[in-house]
Design a protein around this ligand. Structure first.
Ligand code: SF4
Length: 417
């Protein structure tokens, strides 16, 4: 159980491992076992040691190759921030705006359509609907705006936006923060996949002074519960960990183990994003130091070793543009969504690489870049029960015989972004 789920036996604090010990522990995982209690934490504390990192990366890469050989995937997508209002106020966020901000914006369906048409024209398959958590809970003016548009909730807007995207030939993936079971049931028939980064199981970070103090939806137990419901509903799901917002090594391991446990139990977690925090001007955490690249690479390798091999490990290439070969060598097998049309609205300061450049860099590191849609090939080929019938009939339009991206004849295959 995670720290946030229930109490369990305390994790022993092991001394820093020698290289030989690290090799033995990692070899056990590569052979199909799991770290013994305390080992992953001990490795996490030793990540600044280059020899330990090398052991982890070697093991992580062996697991990656056992699953996907030299293949690394990317999803050519559009990012539609349906609303940038949010009931939460995380200390590191620049995405969320207050209703009176000139930058506050909620999309109309015409605006959604315009972006979707741009995506279709440039060969995108995934329409990422990413937005703030339930702003109607916090803002009366937003509730009135929704009402004027004929919606009773943000979920109504998401549903209509997804329907519009589907009707124009794209497959939606929604990440709208915390959604109830009823909302997930409603959105499943108009989404190929959905997601919620677990981020962290640290309940400490919800306390006064912590980055999630003003973010009720960042309560770990609430996020874990949504992972369970998505599993029960058989929704292909994206989770992930946010690195460097104040959590400690034990909390990082706990977060990864919690994702791993839910993936093993429900088989619904397609991928885990390992996303490093970058401080942003104008936020409370503007002066916080991000993790060193070495440490990020080390945690990517540890994630690969802790998660079930079938869960893809994703690193956003725009947040580690100077270390792509090292991320690949540490077991990353997916670059996530990269858009030729829209910016990363969560990290607008970090431009996406052009797909052609990403392909060149991936190949230069000895790997092969393949495009996918919002769902991975094995879900399309082997898990038909994970899709609502309305979605299932759409999948062959977007996937080839191997489950990778396939475009209509009139869609562009151009990679220049
Ligand atoms: S929940 Fe997401 S959008 Fe809302 S404040 Fe936190 S990071 Fe920003």
């Amino acid at each position: 159980m995670s720290q946030s789920e229930a109490t369990s036996a305390p994790v022993p604090v092991l001394p820093a491992p020698t290289r030989v010990e690290a090799e033995r522990w990692v070899a056990g995982v590569v052979a199909g076992g799991a770290f013994a209690p305390g080992q992953a934490e001990s490795l996490g504390r030793a990540l600044r040691d280059a020899s330990i990192r090398a052991v982890l990366a070697e093991g992580a890469l062996a697991i990656k190759r056992s699953q996907t050989a030299d293949r690394v995937t990317v999803s050519r997508n559009i990012f539609i921030p349906l609303t940038n209002l949010c009931r939460n106020r995380c200390s590191y966020c620049t995405f969320a705006k207050l209703p009176d901000s000139p930058e506050a914006h909620t999309y109309s369906l015409d605006e959604v359509e315009e972006v979707v048409r741009g995506g279709v024209a440039t060969g995108c398959i995934e329409a990422l609907m990413c937005l703030g958590d339930k702003p109607e809970v916090a803002y009366g003016s937003y509730r009135e705006d929704l009402e004027k548009r004929g919606y009773s909730s943000t979920t109504d807007l998401i549903y209509e936006a997804c329907r519009r995207a589907v009707s124009l030939g794209m497959l939606p993936h929604t990440n709208a923060g915390i959604l109830s079971r009823e909302e997930l049931v409603r959105l499943r028939p108009v989404n190929a996949s959905m997601g919620l980064m677990l981020e962290t199981t640290s309940v400490r970070l919800r306390q006064k002074g912590g980055p999630h103090f003003h973010a009720p939806d960042k309560e770990p137990a609430t996020r874990i519960r949504m992972h369970e419901i998505a599993g029960e509903l058989k929704i292909p799901f994206t989770s992930g960990m946010l690195l460097g917002i104040g959590e400690n090594d034990a909390e990082r391991v706990d977060t990864l183990q919690t994702i791993a446990r839910h993936a093993a139990r429900y088989g619904h977690i397609q991928e885990a994003i390992i996303q490093p925090f970058h401080p942003k001007p104008g936020t409370k955490m503007r002066a916080a130091s991000p993790l060193e690249d070495d440490v990020v690479v080390g945690w990517v390798a540890l994630a690969r070793l802790i998660l079930p091999p079938v869960v893809h490990v994703q690193a956003p290439p725009n947040l580690g543009s100077n270390m792509l070969p090292r991320l690949l060598a540490a077991g990353v097998d997916d670059w996530g969504g990269v858009s030729p049309v829209t910016v990363d609205f969560i990290n607008p300061e970090a431009p996406w690489p052009a797909l052609r450049q990403l392909r060149e860099e991936t190949e230069a590191a000895g790997f092969e870049l393949r495009e996918r849609g919002p769902v991975y090939p094995e879900f399309i080929l082997e898990k038909p029960d994970f899709f609502d019938p309305q979605v299932r009939v759409l999948l062959p339009n977007h996937a080839n015989d191997e489950g990778y991206a396939q475009r209509r004849n009139d869609q562009s295959n151009e990679e220049a972004a």
